[in-house]
Design a protein around this ligand. Structure first.
Ligand SMILES: Nc1nc2c(c(=O)[nH]1)N[C@H]1C(S)=C(S)[C@@H](COP(=O)(O)OP(=O)(O)OC[C@H]3O[C@@H](n4cnc5c(=O)[nH]c(N)nc54)[C@H](O)[C@@H]3O)O[C@H]1N2
Ligand SMILES: Nc1nc2c(c(=O)[nH]1)N[C@H]1C(S)=C(S)[C@@H](COP(=O)(O)OP(=O)(O)OC[C@H]3O[C@@H](n4cnc5c(=O)[nH]c(N)nc54)[C@H](O)[C@@H]3O)O[C@H]1N2
Ligand SMILES: [Mo]
Length: 768
């Protein structure tokens, strides 16, 4: 029997902050973006420190931006190759504010839990390792050796290594990630859940099966060569602002851009390049998208089928002119099955589910049929649905029909989130490792890695919840707030013997803990890493498979911080002792040695140390980009999927949880969602004005949201209704305030990703 839960600690603050609404922006970037970034930088860093940090950002001799995973241009980099959000991410990490032992002595965990996420995040960098002992209200300082001994003791007391969970968030460098997975496997488990499980897991699953690699196949150069770019379920103006420069440049070369989104997101419509001063001040910006399709939430599969039906019809009218028959014959499998199933699909269902007209779908099809080089980009709008894997495979189907793969200017582009989430996976952070990877790890380090698959995020939460796992260690991230079903996840974490977080800043996961808890404060990407008397650099892989060096430039926030790699090495020594034959101390004293080991274990990393020292780094091999498909048939595969069932009962709505402009995942920089014209408030629900009228709501009404899944309900109270341009019966709220509504069992087929973009809700007026 699990022990009864202690008095529940608040999981969030539900205080309103004072909503202000204005018209949504029609363009992104420009002067407001510059002013907004400088404001954040000065507030956190002061003018001098801010300039130093920003000048090194994304320079070939500097550090990799800790914000998103969008690549840097290959050629000369502007001295300001950063964006508003990069600047905010840097100031958030490089802030001059500090929280040390006095702070924790002053504030207990229950008190801290009542604060808002914004307040918690703004307190500053954590300076000392801290421990929360059983039954105590306050974290106390602990010496590093004692912290490692405590964690090692709990790990070694487990009945089985599979009762330990080793979570990773995607900021961790290749070097730290490689050591971390090695430690977990030498300890004896593949329990390596990571943020990808909630993010692009569906893309990895879909692509591996159809084209044989789980990554994108295009690079930035391809953007300049594309005839058409489809941007599906992604908000680059806010989440990948540097992508807009690539789109702008493609547009100027005549590329046609299509945006598919339930919301008319700023930036994809019109964009002012913040680094082109003249344009920023005086220009009206470039019109990026020529076609915007305001699809219903999860109507993408229907829309894609519609576009492809038009292509098949047109092929019947102009035989041999529309489909790329040579490519289909030589490079693909299962075309006939696919075409037969698609012909049988009904237009009624397609129109109904997509919420679009036949004319709109025809317009998209016309762009597809007149473009021989097509790139499809997507992000969370496609990956976080029950049928996510299937929808992404429809994207692949579309590209295969037009032969838009494995040639310049064409291919798949899943746009990754965290700056090194792709690299962490390449380094072996994955709960279902491939046998060849384990074989080579075994050879290099002379041990037998566990072969059974481990837990992903959702199954890790279940395991903690029912007592099958009880030590939780996180390499970065904010597991409680980022995970679905906040109350359920909180109960799971509280049942652990120990929860421990390697972190730069305080977050809610430090406040909802196991019987004991540790905060292990680490260096961030912007800081100098000294090991073995020498300055080290780390490496990362961006969204397009480019691996490059990152060198911090700032002095560490505190003399007590360790690097993530050093934390893993010391923990491994404390836990494994003489059972491990790895020379952890030497590896961590010289990161070149870690990279040499990576070079021997992971294909594509040969001569890692030499190649990554070349400014700009190197591209990893991508067989699919070269036309070699490592699938069951050795070809790229067409796949057949039924239309998803998006059934809503009368009075129900579908809710997507999205990012505002002032946040990086669970880290809040501020309370404004500037481009959408929603300021100073995050507890808002965006609704269609006709739906509001029909349900009797007016702007500013305060409502409670109830989610419904498999007969279970979850409630989130006090949200303010805001009318917005969104299809009927679709609504939007901000992540993570509404994670409490995402049922733990509502996951994508096969990728097990929480369906954060499809929550079935009812909306009722709050009782004051
Ligand atoms: N500034 C900033 N940058 C970030 C992040 C951040 O929080 N802040 N997070 C990083 C991370 S980890 C990630 S994964 C990425 C996330 O980048 P995005 O995927 O752009 O982020 P979301 O806000 O989740 O936006 C999803 C978009 O999909 C749309 N959408 C939702 N449901 C559907 C649907 O059913 N169909 C279609 N077609 N569209 C839909 C929404 O309207 C929204 O525009 O950004 C990364 N970069
Ligand atoms: N409802 C809903 N839920 C979602 C999503 C959604 O769209 N909707 N998106 C999902 C997605 S795409 C993702 S990727 C996950 C994100 O999940 P996570 O990656 O777990 O969450 P973050 O908010 O990015 O983590 C922020 C914390 O990381 C720590 N940190 C920052 N920098 C460093 C560093 O350099 N080293 C270390 N060790 N720690 C550091 C800080 O303590 C900070 O508080 O959330 C997922 N959850
Ligand atoms: Mo993500």
């Amino acid at each position: 029997m699990p022990p009864p839960d202690p008095i529940p600690t608040p999981l969030s603050s539900d205080v309103f902050t004072g909503l202000k609404i204005s018209a949504p922006s029609t363009s992104a970037g420009g002067l407001p973006a510059i002013l907004s970034s400088l404001g954040h930088v000065w507030e956190e860093l002061g003018v001098v420190g801010g300039a130093k940090a920003l000048l090194a950002l994304n320079q070939k001799s500097g550090y990799d931006c800790p914000s998103c995973a969008w690549p840097d241009p290959d050629g000369g980099r502007a001295t300001t190759e950063f964006c508003e959000n990069g600047a905010k991410a840097v100031s958030d990490e490089a802030t001059t504010k500090r929280i040390g032992p006095e702070f924790f002595q002053q504030h207990g965990v229950a008190e801290l839990s009542r604060q808002s996420d914004l307040w918690i995040g703004k307190q500053g960098r954590i300076t000392h390792p801290m421990v929360l002992r059983e039954g105590r209200e306050h974290y106390e300082p602990i010496a590093w050796d004692d912290a490692f001994a405590l964690l090692a003791g709990e790990l070694n007391a487990l009945r089985s290594p599979d009762e330990a969970l080793f979570y990773t968030s995607g900021r961790t460098s290749n070097e730290a990630a490689f050591l971390y997975q090695l430690f977990a496997r030498q300890f004896g488990t593949n329990n390596l859940p990571d943020c990808s499980n909630m993010c692009h897991e569906s893309s990895g699953t879909a692509l591996t099966e159809t084209i044989g690699v789980g990554k994108g196949t295009v690079t930035l150069n391809d953007f300049d060569l594309a005839d058409a770019i489809f941007i599906i379920g992604q908000n680059p103006g806010t989440n990948h602002p540097r992508m807009l420069s690539a789109l702008q440049s493609a547009r100027k070369k005549g590329c046609r851009i299509v945006c598919i989104n339930p919301l008319p997101e700023a930036g994809t419509v019109r964009f002012k390049h913040p680094q082109h001063v003249f344009e920023t001040l005086f220009g009206s910006g470039t019109e990026l998208a020529e076609l915007f399709l305001q699809v219903r939430i999860n109507g993408d599969a229907a829309l894609l089928k519609g576009i492809m039906k038009e292509l098949l019809d047109e092929e019947t009218k102009q035989p041999g002119k529309i489909l790329d028959h040579t490519f289909i014959a030589e490079k693909t499998a299962y075309f006939e099955n696919f075409a037969a199933a698609l012909r049988a699909e009904s237009w009624d269902a397609i129109l109904e589910q997509s919420g679009l007209s036949r004319t709109q779908i025809r317009a998209a099809a016309e762009i597809a049929l007149s473009s021989s080089r097509i790139i499809c980009c997507w992000a969370m709008g496609l990956t976080q649905h029950k049928n996510a894997v299937a929808t992404i495979q429809e994207v692949v189907n579309l590209l295969l029909l037009r032969g838009s793969l494995a040639k310049p200017g064409a291919g798949v582009c899943p746009v990754r989130g965290h700056s090194n989430v792709q690299g962490d996976r390449t380094m072996g952070i994955l709960e279902r490792p491939r046998p060849e990877f384990l074989d080579s790890l075994a050879r290099e380090f002379n041990f037998s890695p566990p072969r059974e698959h481990g837990h992903d995020v959702v199954s890790a939460i279940h395991a903690m919840h029912d007592g099958r796992a009880s030590v939780f260690l996180a390499m970065g991230g904010n597991f409680l707030s980022a995970s679905p079903d906040t109350e359920f996840t909180a109960a799971a974490l509280r049942r652990c013997a120990l929860t421990a977080h390697v972190s730069t800043k305080l977050n809610r996961s430090h406040l909802i803990t196991g019987r004991q808890a540790l905060i292990l404060p680490c260096l961030g990407r912007t800081e100098k890493e000294m090991q073995g008397g020498a300055l080290q650099f780390v490496t990362t892989e961006n969204s397009m498979g480019i691996v490059q060096a990152s060198r911090g430039v700032l002095d560490p926030a505190s003399a007590h911080l360790l690097s993530e790699a050093a934390i893993v090495a010391r923990l491994a020594r404390a836990t494994l002792g003489s059972k491990s034959h790895v020379d952890w101390s030497s590896l961590v004293a010289n990161y070149d040695l870690i990279r040499d080991a990576i070079a021997r274990v992971i294909p594509g990393f040969e001569n890692y140390n030499q190649r990554v020292r070349v400014p700009g780094g190197f591209y990893l091999l991508n067989h699919a980009a070269e036309g070699r498909f490592n699938t069951a048939t050795g070809k790229a595969q067409f796949t057949v999927h039924p239309l998803p069932e998006n059934k809503l009962e009368p009075g129900h709505f579908v809710m997507m949880t999205i990012r505002s402009h002032d946040q990086f995942n669970t880290t809040l920089y501020g309370l404004d969602d500037r481009y959408r014209g929603i300021r100073n408030e995050r507890r808002a629900i965006l609704m269609n004005a006709d739906d509001m009228k029909e349900s009797g709501f007016a702007q500013g009404d305060v409502v409670d949201l109830t989610s419904h899944f498999a007969g279970e309900q979850r409630v989130a109270r006090r949200f303010i209704v805001v009318p917005y341009s969104i299809p009927r019966r679709c609504t939007a709220t901000y992540f993570p305030e509404t994670n409490v509504l995402v049922n733990i069992n509502s996951v994508a087929d096969r990728s097990n990703t929480p369906t954060s973009k499809y929550v079935d809700i009812t909306i009722t007026r709050s009782v004051p």
